[in-house]
Design a protein around this ligand. Sequence first.
Ligand code: AP5
Length: 193
Amino acid sequence: MALTDSEVLLLMGPPGAGKGTQASKLARARKLTKLSTGDMLRDHVARGTELGKEAKAIMDAGELVSDDIIVGMVRSAIEGRDTEGVRVLLDGFPRTPGQADALEELLQAFDASLSAAVLLEVNEDELVSRLLQRAQEQGRSDDNEDTIRTRMRVYKEQTQPLIDYYQGRGKLRKVDGLGSVEDVFARITEVLS
Ligand code: AP5
């Protein structure tokens, strides 16, 4: 595949669905640049930047960082890419209708368009169990019961409407996110073929 060919994939799903895990594998397999807004924000927090200071309390509460900050971060990352075509895998973005509209405009400006939005479906008991397990293993500051509850609510209120948005555009690909990481990856590869 020539690196001048554009490919823009989104990985969507509730907290703990496996977006980050699958995004890394998929990016490697399809030679895409992974853009994870959660990772970018955690990097800002770790470096103590102004943006990181602003974002930390919001992330620890499980709420969403403002569309302006998020869209600005993604825009600079896409502008800074080193291939001719736009070849990106978006993990955790867009998360609001405003972000989805901004992405569409951004891609138009680069003469690119969305290839597919992959939705990982996992039931809530499994999601909570994965996140509490990660809390024990890694101690991520938003993996505690109160914040997990808020993250789930925020997902339902602000991000779930995007499922219809992408369905209506014929871009949505639903994937069962239960099972081993390899099984889920095989299902994603299948819906993208
Ligand atoms: P973000 O980092 O995007 O968090 P999230 O959406 O809550 O997702 P997670 O990282 O918890 O889960 P995931 O679906 O990526 O699953 P993972 O692969 O890690 O965002 C964090 C915060 O940043 C947000 O709350 C918000 O404040 C802010 N933010 C980020 N983007 C934003 C945006 N666009 N707009 C506004 N604010 C934004 O897996 C989870 C666990 O499960 C891991 O331990 C993993 O090892 C395990 N696992 C993965 N796959 C499997 C499997 N198949 N079976 C068993 N376990 C598995």
